[in-house]
Design a binder for this molecule. Structure first.
Ligand SMILES: *[C@@H]1O[C@H](CO)[C@@H](O)[C@H](O)[C@H]1NC(C)=O
Ligand SMILES: *[C@@H]1O[C@H](CO)[C@@H](O)[C@H](O)[C@H]1NC(C)=O
Ligand SMILES: *[C@@H]1O[C@H](CO)[C@@H](O)[C@H](O)[C@H]1NC(C)=O
Ligand SMILES: *[C@@H]1O[C@H](CO)[C@@H](O)[C@H](O)[C@H]1NC(C)=O
Ligand SMILES: *[C@@H]1O[C@H](CO)[C@@H](O)[C@H](O)[C@H]1NC(C)=O
Length: 483
């Protein structure tokens, strides 16, 4: 029958149609999947490229020194952190990008009522007022429950959350700003009212430096795109890969001196193609040191702590220890470590420090010294004047990071760092960033707030005295630990 033949034909073509449609669907889904992983669109970069970004930059050291600390009046004062950040906001014309481990600028806890927190409040208001100037405010955080961030995103800011628990079971401790893809801040201070009053913080602001800003912005973009993800994609957009690195640093001018610079990140999982790891940055700066290495960090501990199926496993984590030992013993570079003594100081810190110092016994040109910077405890167990600095300075370079030099921190937490190395033939008498940071370190080192672990000399009485002091330090820290 002719009728049924036509019917059959129609059915066949319908089936074909369905098959083709299914294929197209599959293809579309595949394309969508690939695109979502690769993230082809990326973030807009304002047409700035590594060829035409600006390399003629200015750098300023910013610090917060708690009011009750008094240093030698002759030691140089640097721009107060609050002033520096407010000045950065003055400059903003188009965008402000911030990543911070905390958002407690307007906290109403006991401490903030007792101590001046107006600078935090003021900064918070200024961030919100960016709206009236038409400046975009973008924030990345790993704290989904921060009330301050909720109120900011309700009022103006674009906030992306990174689920660090799913990614590395660590924290997002990065702390930097990128303003107009041109100016940057990086340092120890996050967005907490205490960083402007009660804690000792240090960072740098680099102005008119779109080359550096471009690279730091890419780290920001990387975090930005981790929103809602519980894995790190294996293929990335070019817009998050490194522009400069340890092997290919940015050549720039900083306050009219020639220098090279690059940014680094942690953990390794967060380093897309070409990005230097924090550990590589630290290694580079230590290896390049000729005369001295000064390190100022809150915590130093060569251990990695990880729980595996509920059982805690602790491993010795040697990379930084090895680098320092090699520098001191084999290259005769003077090493000084300034570590904070506070409630969270791990008791084994003292053992590791003692072992470092003992390494130089009997070697006339070897010198490793460790000192502890004492925090002060006040009302309500609230710790003050903790040295939160996280930097290293050598005779020719600086490294300013976000993380403490603790194995677990560098292995699982996210942070960023900045390395600046000055070229050798610097003009005499120029107060460079390396010199300024060295002076800041020496000011702290020789201040009345430090205690040395053991005296460098090894006469029997002195080492006996040192041992007693060490024992009392340890007991103190342990009893605090158990409080
Ligand atoms: C840099 O170069 C790109 C293309 O090469 C161009 O689109 C952009 O406008 C340039 N930017 C500046 C600031 O000159
Ligand atoms: C500060 O410097 C002046 C002159 O350089 C010196 O006389 C004075 O002793 C110094 N003060 C301190 C506390 O070192
Ligand atoms: C955030 O708050 C919700 C409920 O308010 C709670 O279930 C969740 O555990 C909190 N998450 C974190 C990371 O604190
Ligand atoms: C983050 O990821 C963990 C593990 O995948 C999950 O249990 C948790 O709910 C996630 N947190 C948020 C805020 O989505
Ligand atoms: C760089 O110059 C600015 C002003 O132009 C100044 O405030 C800053 O202290 C200088 N930085 C260094 C490291 O000399």
């Amino acid at each position: 029958m002719p009728g049924s033949a036509t019917q059959e034909n129609t059915m066949k073509s319908q089936q074909k149609c369905i098959a083709v449609f299914a294929l197209v669907c599959c293809f579309a889904v595949l394309v969508a999947l690939i695109f979502s992983a690769v993230d082809v669109w990326g973030e807009d970069e304002d047409g700035v490229t590594e060829e035409n970004c600006s390399k003629n930059c200015r750098i300023v050291l910013v610090e917060n020194i708690p009011g009750e600390l008094s240093f030698n009046p002759n030691s140089s004062a640097h721009l107060p952190l609050a002033m520096g950040l407010n000045h950065l906001l003055d400059q903003a014309k188009r965008s402000v990008e911030i990543v911070s481990p905390y958002w407690t600028l307007t906290s109403t806890d006991q401490g903030s009522r007792l101590y001046s927190s107006y600078q935090g409040q003021y900064l918070f208001q200024r961030l919100l007022s960016l709206k009236s100037r038409g400046v975009k405010l973008k924030i990345v955080s790993d704290q989904p429950n921060s009330t301050e961030l909720k109120s900011m995103s309700d009022r103006y800011a674009e906030v992306h959350y990174v689920n660090m628990t799913a990614l590395t079971r660590g924290r997002l401790l990065s702390s930097f700003w990128v303003v107009d893809r041109k100016h940057v801040y990086i340092g120890s201070a996050g967005m907490n009212w205490k960083v402007f009053s009660k804690l000792k913080e240090l960072g740098v602001i680099v102005y008119d430096c779109s080359c550096l800003a471009l690279d730091l912005h890419r780290i920001f973009s990387f975090y930005w795109q981790l929103q809602y993800r519980d894995y790190i994609p294996s293929i990335w957009s070019k817009r998050v890969t490194a522009v400069f690195s340890r092997d290919k640093p940015l050549q720039l001018r900083l306050n009219n001196t020639d220098a090279s610079a690059f940014v680094s990140t942690s953990p390794e999982l967060f380093c897309p193609k070409g990005r230097s790891r924090d550990l590589d940055a630290i290694r580079h700066v230590i290896r390049e040191a000729k005369r001295f290495i000064y390190i100022s960090v809150t915590d130093y501990l060569p251990l990695v702590n990880r729980s595996f199926r509920g059982t805690p496993i602790v491993r010795y984590w040697s990379p930084i220890d090895e680098m320092l030992r090699e520098a001191a013993v084999l290259r005769e570079v003077k090493v000084r470590l300034l570590i904070s003594l506070w409630t969270h100081t791990h008791p084994l810190t003292f053992n590791f420090m003692t072992s470092m110092q003992a390494l130089c016994t009997g070697l006339p040109f070897c010198s490793i010294e460790a000192r502890f910077y004492r925090a002060k405890e006040q009302i309500g167990g609230f710790q003050h004047r903790i040295n939160k600095n996280k930097f290293m300075v050598t005779d020719n370079a600086i490294y300013i990071g976000n993380l403490d030099w603790v194995g677990s921190e560098l292995a699982f937490n996210a942070g960023a760092g900045l390395v600046i190395q000055e070229s050798e033939n610097q003009q005499e008498g120029q107060d460079s960033i390396v010199e300024q940071l060295t002076a800041a370190f020496e000011r702290d080192w020789f201040s009345p707030y430090t205690i040395s672990l053991l005296s460098g000399s090894t006469t029997p009485q002195e080492s006996q005295h040192g041992r007693q002091k060490l024992q009392s330090l340890k007991t103190k820290a342990e009893s605090r630990e158990h409080e």
